[in-house]
Design a protein around this ligand. Structure first.
Ligand SMILES: [Zn+2]
Length: 472
């Protein structure tokens, strides 16, 4: 498998370096607000990559995503709302986990909170000071950028360019305008932790270095996040990590593209700003996954209602096909003829094409196209197959589910709210059967009609009543 590595600026072959375990660290949310539709993109993309590794490569994935629960933005929000920083952090950390659940995204294997690692961060910063890579000024500690070679290698920014650009800024007490904060002295009333430089709080760039090492150990395989984090955040992580020890830091750096609205950036002042939970009020999680993953993760994602509606229709078509095939074939069994067997065998090439696409820098655009081709081929066979050969359609459904798995698509009703939905529908279908047995046809018809209004179709077959979702 190949992945585009921002560090080397090329497609590099990827495999875990230690056994079958892959460590992935994705920069997590700063919990001062809900995630918006831009910062939910890395969440969706990199959890899909995780599921692909687990299911298609057989690798064990340690997936770490931190929670930044101390930061200037939290303090600002605290002042604005007169709530404590801890209350704000708690509120939005919970909202973040609720969002993961609503999206059907697995929780990370670890979600370390920055405030649980302050002691480790203080030790880490002290080590940098000792080695001459950092210095203290009035209770703040800065990283001495000039002390490391290769600064700017990840983002491709040359030191000279940045100096020219930043000369206009007033550089407080820093030696160099490029030097960044590792430790920030607390002002009265701000949350603080003890340190050799006086009470204060750690900087964001230090947090990710310390927590990724703490949770991944030697499995520093992939560090991921949005393009916007490449500089200065990731550049500063690398500078600290390489300055602190000779031990290697992450080998692969993956970055997803930003969200746009017809070429414009998302911004509150442009009126196009939306929170991630708001799209889930209008669309289901599967539609959202389909929409985000049918674009290449490295390219900008043009966000639009039309795009979401198209995704919704595409998902509904596949869902309908799966429901119909399962309803038709639920109870039949037998030996297929040559036509059925030929169709079943022909399915292997879809799996091959899918793996080929995702192995090529996780090209989910082509992966989704393979799924659509599989749907067309299944429809073609379904239209012409007769008798027991139709059993081969079950293999197509099974494959749709297998290939849909890493992308969060086409799974049977599972553990989440969808299983409650399925349970309630089964309950209603059972009650309607009872009503019909008692000849209360007015009530049984009402159940059917009202379910139809909700987008659920009931079909009475010799095997019993089956329900399926209607395409919108
Ligand atoms: Zn980070």
């Amino acid at each position: 498998m190949k992945l585009y590595n921002t560090l080397t600026k090329r497609l590099d072959p990827f495999a875990p370096q230690h056994g079958r375990t892959v460590g992935i660290y994705v920069c997590g949310p700063t919990v001062y607000d809900h995630l918006h539709i831009g910062n939910v993109r890395p969440v969706l993309v990199f959890s899909a990559l995780r599921r692909y590794f687990e299911r298609f490569k057989g690798w064990r994935v340690l997936y770490v995503q931190n929670v930044t629960d101390i930061d200037d933005r939290l303090i600002k929000r605290s002042i604005e709302t007169s709530q404590t920083v801890a209350t704000i952090a708690e509120t939005y950390t919970r909202a973040y986990f609720d969002l993961l659940e609503a999206l059907g995204v697995d929780r990370p294997t670890a979600s370390p909170l920055a405030t649980d690692y302050v002691e480790e961060m203080v030790q880490f910063i002290a080590g940098l000071v000792e080695k001459g890579h950092a210095y203290e000024r009035d209770g703040d500690v800065y990283f001495r950028v000039a002390s490391v070679a290769d600064y700017g290698a990840l983002s491709g920014r040359r030191l000279a360019d940045q100096e020219a650009g930043s000369r206009v800024r007033v550089s407080e007490s820093k030696e160099d305008p490029l030097d960044f904060t590792l430790w920030k002295a607390a002002r009265p009333g701000e949350p603080e932790w003890p340190s050799p430089w006086g009470p204060g709080r750690p900087g964001w760039h230090t947090e990710c270095v310390v927590m990724s090492r703490a949770h991944l150990g030697e499995h520093l395989d992939i560090h991921a996040g949005g393009n916007d984090l490449m500089f200065p955040h990731h550049e500063n992580e690398i500078a600290q990590a390489t300055a602190s020890s000779d031990a290697p830091f992450f080998r692969f750096w993956l970055h997803n593209g930003m969200l746009h609205f017809g070429g414009e950036e998302m911004h509150k002042s442009l009126g196009n700003f939306r929170y991630a939970y708001q799209i889930l009020e209008a669309y289901d999680a599967e539609t959202v996954e389909y929409f985000y993953l049918s674009r290449h993760y490295r390219k900008p994602l043009d966000f639009s209602e039309d795009g979401l509606r198209a995704a919704q229709a595409a998902v509904a078509r596949v869902r309908r096909l799966i429901d119909d095939i399962e309803a038709e074939l639920r109870q039949s069994d037998g030996e297929m003829g040559p036509a059925g067997q030929a169709f079943s065998q022909s399915l292997a090439r879809f799996r091959e094409r899918f793996v080929e696409a995702l192995d090529d820098d996780f090209n989910t655009v082509d992966g989704v196209a393979v799924l659509q081709d599989l749907v067309s081929e299944t429809n073609r066979f379904r239209a012409e197959a007769v008798g027991i050969d139709r059993l081969a359609l079950r293999d197509a459904v099974e494959l749709l589910r297998e290939l849909g798995w890493p992308l969060g698509l086409f799974q049977p009703a599972g553990a989440s709210s969808s299983s409650i939905e399925a349970g309630l529908l089964d309950l209603l279908v059972g009650l309607r059967r009872e009503l019909r047995a008692r000849k209360a046809f007015d009530l049984s018809d009402r159940v059917r009609d009202q379910l139809a209004e909700l987008g659920v179709e009931l079909k009475d077959t010799p095997q019993g009543t089956l329900w399926s979702r209607l395409a919108p």
